[in-house]
Design a protein around this ligand. Sequence first.
Ligand SMILES: Cc1cc2nc3c(=O)[nH]c(=O)nc-3n(C[C@H](O)[C@H](O)[C@H](O)COP(=O)(O)OP(=O)(O)OC[C@H]3O[C@@H](n4cnc5c(N)ncnc54)[C@H](O)[C@@H]3O)c2cc1C
Length: 304
Amino acid sequence: MNYNSLCEFINSTFINQAEIIPNADMKRFTSFRIGGAADLAVFPKTKECLVAILDYVIKNKIKHIVIGNGSNVLFCDRGYNGVVIITTQMKNYTFNGDVLLCDAGAPLTQIAVNAVRSGYKGYAFACGIPGSIGGAVFMNAGAYEGQVSDILLYSEYYNTKTGQICRMEASEHEFDYRHSSYMDSDKIILSAAFKLEKAEDVNECVALMEEHIKARKEKQPLEYPSAGSVFKRYPGYFTAKLIDEAGLKGYCLGDAQVSEKHAGFIINRGNATADEVCELIEIIKDAIYKRVGINIECEVRYID
Ligand SMILES: Cc1cc2nc3c(=O)[nH]c(=O)nc-3n(C[C@H](O)[C@H](O)[C@H](O)COP(=O)(O)OP(=O)(O)OC[C@H]3O[C@@H](n4cnc5c(N)ncnc54)[C@H](O)[C@@H]3O)c2cc1C
């Protein structure tokens, strides 16, 4: 596939509004630091530019995917034969009265820390989740009894089927544990709006945030590249405990290892491959099925 006309289109229509990287090593753009090269990575800086790029790739039948901060994805070792559109340069956000408006690529943790310190309640759970706003809405990211669905007012998306930009109210997202309706659609999140309610006791919110950040440092292997918890929670079970009880804590396949610190994480000890991670995931799933008869589901999204 020749991407010259796409690059020309972007550079002539959106001068300085997008960065383009040919043969982009996906190790650089994912928290796992794993994956082959994408034919092209494009970083739009504005919503208009993102929408125009999407229009172009759809009309020209160019394979593509939109990602945010790459903290919940695993790219195939053999690379991505298409265009990876990465939103991290669409990073504006504003506190506007009782509404927090964020572009899709804005950094969740930075925004949440800001909201907590500014005295707003409901954001402490998100401090430490290394995703973008788009990725967080898509996954209904959450932790410590909180999740995106608790604070979202609405999101704005581009419908790649109809070419329309629409708004979806929080109640229409079919939110569930690590699930939103975006997962079953061709819609691309452009921005999101969150509620801002003043906390009665700001110090309490700050203390809660600090407690969560401390707990993450103590319990999670943040010193290694990973994609966070690999599996979804299975109702009635703690997945990390199940993996530990199956004797798999510390188990390695090449440089992919079940973390010794938190068995729910697979870490990259240096040169892990996506194939090794996938094989390790299967080993874990099989072991747990054999022990307790449940099928645990992967949270991390494999992209090939
Ligand atoms: C150390 C660590 C700790 C973590 N802790 C948590 C945690 O406590 N709770 C939690 O829920 N998650 C956690 N995660 C996982 C991850 O950070 C979250 O799922 C986060 O919300 C993903 O956001 P992202 O921008 O990185 O998404 P990406 O990984 O870039 O993408 C994830 C999915 O969203 C889609 N997507 C991204 N942006 C858009 C968009 N604009 N429009 C449409 N689709 C889009 C992608 O196509 C992909 O399928 C952790 C990860 C790490 C590495």
